[in-house]
Structures are given as C-alpha cells and as structure tokens.
Design a protein around this ligand. Structure first.
Ligand SMILES: Nc1ncnc2c1ncn2[C@@H]1O[C@H](COP(=O)(O)OP(=O)(O)OP(=O)(O)O)[C@@H](O)[C@H]1O
Ligand SMILES: [Mg+2]
Length: 544
C-alpha cells in the first residue's frame, strides 16, 4: 500500500498543483485554481465513503463540453485522503472514431492505477511492445503477489485480440484487482453515451446490458459516467427501456453562480492587472458563469493595455468572441460544424434561435418549411436547444447565441449592443445601415479611437463624443488621433451624439477643425453623406 500515492489518478501522470493564481484555459484545474462546486464535491465525497464501506453507488454527470467535469473529478481525487481509493478516468473521445480497442486501453489504465508508482513506468505507454510490457510487470512485487490466473490474464493483455473475451476481462478487471490488492476503484467514463453507439460489429457483445450485468456484481468499484450529449445520456439512465434504468443518480453540472464567477475573475487576476468586482460582475453578466468562458475572458482581459477596465472588456470580448480567429469564436465554430454538419436547414434553425426564444411556427417560417420539419430539426439539435415551459425553444448556451447572432449579416453591431453605451450603439446602428462592419479596436492600436468601421477597402476610425458641437479637444489628444490614423492608413471622423433623450447623431469632418491652443470642432463640420465623403477623400488621395 505504501507505494500508492494518496488519491492516485490513472490518467494524468502529472497533477497541477498551482501555487500562483492565474487564469488557466488549457488544462483541467485543481487546488487553489479550483472554484465553486461545493455541493457537487460533497455529493462525490459521499460516493467515495459509500464505496469504501462496501456499498458502491453509481452517478451520471451531465454537462456541456468544458463545464468542468474532469476538473471536478481531479479535485475529488486530490481531496480524497482514503489511500485505498484508486481513481481511473477514461474518455471515449480519446479514440476517434471510437473503436472496441478502447477496452484494452481501459484495462491497461486499471493496472497502471492498481500497481501505482511501483512500476515506475506506464503500461499503457509500453503496451505496443509486449516484451517490455511483460518485463515491467514482472519487476513489480505487487504484480507478483496477484493470484496466478489473474497474473496470467494481465500478462497476456497487451497481445489479446480485441473481441468479446477482452471486453469481459476488462470489465471484470477492476473488481478482481481491487479484491486481490485490497483497493477500491472509482472509475469515470467520460462521453459514455458514445459506447451506446459503438456499432455492434460481428462478434461484439451488446455493450450496455453487458456492462450493467458485470458492474452490478462489483463491491469495490464505483462508476461515474459523464457526457456532453445531454439527451442521450439522460435517456440512458432514466428511460425505462434502458438496461441502466434506475441504476444511476443524476448530477447536472451547470454554470457557476454569480458570486463564484466573480471570485474566479478577481482572485485569478495577476497583481499587475487587478480585476475589480465591478468589472468581474459585468464580465460575468456576459458569459453567464461558464467557467471555461470566464477563464478565457480573464486571460483576454489581462492581455489588453491596462487603462480603464471598461474599454479593456470591450476589446477583450471583441478579440475572444466577435472575431473570426478568437479562441471562443473558434470553439463555437467547431461546435456549430459538429451540430449542423452539411445541413443548411439545421444551420438556419440555430440562427433563428439566436434572435431569442421562438415558437415552432416562427422557426418554420424562418425555414420556409412546414412545422413538422421544424420540429424534426429542433429535435436533431436537442443538445443545443432547450424547450421552455411555455412551449418555445431557446438555445441552451446564450454565449453561443451571441456568436451566432454576430455572424449574421449586419451582426457586427452585436458587441456594441452587448457592452457598448448608448452613444456607441447609435453610431454603430447608423454605420451598419450604410453597410459598414464594426469592431472595437484591437490591442494592436493605442486606442485613440473607440470604434473602427470597415466597408470593403475603406477603414474608418471613429471617436465617439457624448455631447453636442461645438466639441473641444486637447491638442495632444488630437495629435494622437492623427498619428494613429496615419499609422494604420485609416480615415477618421468624430461622431457626436447629443445627450438623451434627443440622442441626435452628427458625423464631423476633422479637416474642418480649428486648431489653436485647443482644437474646436463646430456643427458646421457636419458630414452630410458619409459614403460620398469617403469617396471624395479617396479621390483626393489618388490625385495628390
Ligand atoms: N471548478 C473550476 N474552477 C475554475 N475553473 C474551472 C473549473 N472547472 C472548469 N474550469 C475551467 O474550464 C476548463 C475546462 O475544464 P475541464 O477540462 O474540467 O472540463 P470538462 O467538462 O472535463 O471538458 P471536456 O468537455 O473537454 O472534457 C478548465 O481548463 C478551466 O479553465
Ligand atoms: Mg474532460
């Protein structure tokens, strides 16, 4: 027993024990980087206690991708002080496409977990070389203490042909190892629903009933299955016709409550880029408590120049979500492709839901199809779409909805709608009507302008003022705008929005400014027709 580290996990050889807080987006998180999930952890800790006392229970965790399933199990392992408990995790997405060989991988991982650090190597890694695999095993005192029949099976494992015999062996292995070595296994199968779709090829047994009948006999093993296909997984454990009916309790892993989301953002901020509670609250209002999105947004925020938090938030969101190459945008692009495949109808169905909750009739109208077809499309999108209590349909993930709405024609106004103020929104609305796309400036610029509008080859920097002309600027601020426009070859204008309730918009030509000790721009600088102003300006350039 002494050779087994506490809470051993047989997937991640290295666990991350972060000393310093910071945003983390590429690996599951534990210890001081781990937030929220108190109720979920205590439920899992109860499951560990039941396992150790000889009455194992099974749990199904339903949660979208990246909601923190792996982090939760890792944190449970880290907090488990009971040294007999071995954690083994396997994810059906590790083998794509999923093949029955996953059961060999599973078996090897169980042995790795059971023999622990005594092996000094990973059998899973050695399996492609049967000679080295056997040699490593034979050096292990714990292995040599196993009953002879079990020892023989384990020795042969690397060479076993994948078939019914290997699958049965793999399914019984944890219980046999646990009995022989006085251990307990907590086994998690992620994206478990995929196993139900593993094509029943040739001699392969029907997996789900087989698993149930083997697992039911296990006294030293608990099973936690999880997956992102909410519909399929829930059906697998709650449908009366399913072999797993009433065997699992269900845990829904959702977004963080606001207080924990705010804590994640403020406490993980680097000291040189503190994030205030107020800024964190605003950020969380937009990404809705999803821990992965929060971490990404935190990272993007602290990459912005440290001036005022509000403009950093606008730029961070633009960079992350509202741009073709943003990390969250790419993540959603991938999700979108996976959901819709080649079906233009599915794509249109999602896009119509991006406007907000819809009735079947609304979706049918958007698709120009009968409502029967609309219902079928909505059903095919079941993991991304939720039916509300009033019979309408909405997107399960509102942030995905923002991204979908942003990619629609004219959707570049969305960032201004989500994080902008009234004046910015008024400017953006006007320019979108003229056929411009809009962005908050990227971090490449020094940020002399609030917005950048593009239309074909034309690029227009815009400084937004919340007052009626005449406007006054310091000479330094004016020079900053001139220099930045020059550096990026942008044209530029000043947009004056008169205070509410009037909210009248005037676009002003900087060439009309009077520069003295101060710069003064009067209402007479008004540009009547922006498109022809731009055309004339380009024309002037070509002539000069
Ligand atoms: N409890 C948490 N505290 C802080 N951040 C978290 C937490 N849970 C998840 N995250 C963030 O979300 C990311 C994804 O977490 P994790 O890998 O655990 O999710 P998952 O549901 O297992 O994802 P996948 O669908 O890829 O298997 C982490 O890298 C981290 O940024
Ligand atoms: Mg995971």
């Amino acid at each position: 027993m002494a050779s087994l580290p506490r809470g051993k996990f047989a997937t991640w050889q290295v666990c991350h024990y972060d000393e310093e807080a910071m945003y983390s987006t590429s690996v599951p998180v534990t210890a001081s980087s781990f937030f929220d999930r108190r109720d979920e952890l205590s439920r899992l800790q109860k499951l560990v206690r039941q396992l150790v006392s000889g009455t194992p229970t099974w749990l199904a965790i339903v949660g979208t991708r990246k909601i923190g399933k792996t982090s939760l199990l890792l944190e449970l392992a880290r907090r488990t002080t009971e040294s007999s408990v071995v954690f083994v995790a396997i994810d059906c997405f590790e083998e794509l496409p999923l093949v029955p060989g996953i059961f060999r991988r599973y078996a090897l991982r169980l042995i790795d977990g059971a023999l622990g650090s005594e092996l000094g190597t990973s059998l899973e890694a050695l399996a492609s070389s049967p000679v080295d695999y056997r040699a490593a095993l034979q050096r292990s005192a714990r292995f040599n203490a196993l009953p002879p029949a079990l020892r023989g099976q384990v020795l042969e494992l690397a060479q076993f042909e994948v078939g019914p015999e290997l699958i049965r062996l793999a399914l019984d292995l944890p219980e046999q190892l646990a009995q022989a070595l006085d251990l307990h296994f907590l086994i998690s199968w992620d994206e478990f629903q995929e196993l139900a779709t593993l094509p029943a090829r040739g001699r392969l047994p029907d997996l789900i009933p087989l698993m149930r009948s083997r697992w039911q006999r296990h006294r030293r093993t608990s099973y936690v299955i999880s997956g992102s296909a909410r519909g399929m997984l829930t059906e697998l454990v709650t449908d009366e016709r399913s072999p797993f009916f009433q065997h699992f309790s269900l845990m829904e892993l959702g977004p963080f409550p606001p207080a924990d989301a705010v804590r994640l953002l403020t406490e993980n901020a680097p000291p040189e880029w503190p994030v205030s509670r107020e800024l964190a609250t605003r950020a969380n209002d937009i990404v809705g408590g999803h821990p992965f999105y929060l971490q990404l947004l935190g990272e993007a925020l602290t990459r912005q120049p440290r001036r005022d938090g509000d403009s950093a938030l606008k730029r961070a969101l633009q960079e992350l979500l509202f741009s073709a190459t943003g990390r969250l945008a790419l993540y959603f692009e991938n999700q979108f492709q996976r959901l819709v495949g080649r079906s233009a109808y599915l794509a249109q169905t999602l896009e119509s839901l991006a406007e907000g909750p819809q009735r079947v009739a609304d979706v049918a109208r958007a698709l120009d199809s009968p409502s029967g077809s609309a219902v079928r499309y909505l059903e095919r999108l079941s993991d991304a779409v939720i039916r509300t209590s009033d019979g309408r349909y909405r997107l399960a993930d509102p942030v995905f909805g923002l991204w979908l709405a942003w990619r629609r024609p004219g959707g570049t106004i969305l960032p201004m709608r989500v994080v902008g103020d009234e004046a910015e929104l008024a400017v953006a609305q006007h320019l979108v009507q003229l056929g411009f796309d809009l962005v908050y400036q990227s971090r490449a610029s020094r940020g002399a302008f609030d917005l950048l509008a593009t239309r074909g080859p034309d690029q227009l920097g815009i400084q937004v003022k919340r007052s009626a002309p005449p406007l006054r600027f310091s000479v330094a601020a004016w020079h900053r705008m001139e220099a930045e426009a020059e550096r990026f070859s942008w044209r530029w204008i000043i947009a004056a929005v008169t205070p509410p309730p009037e909210n009248r918009l005037l676009l002003l030509d900087p060439a009309e400014a009077r520069v003295k000790k101060q710069v003064r721009l009067a209402a007479s600088a008004k540009i009547e027709n922006l498109l022809s102003w731009i055309d004339h300006a380009s024309h002037r350039d070509t002539i000069n």
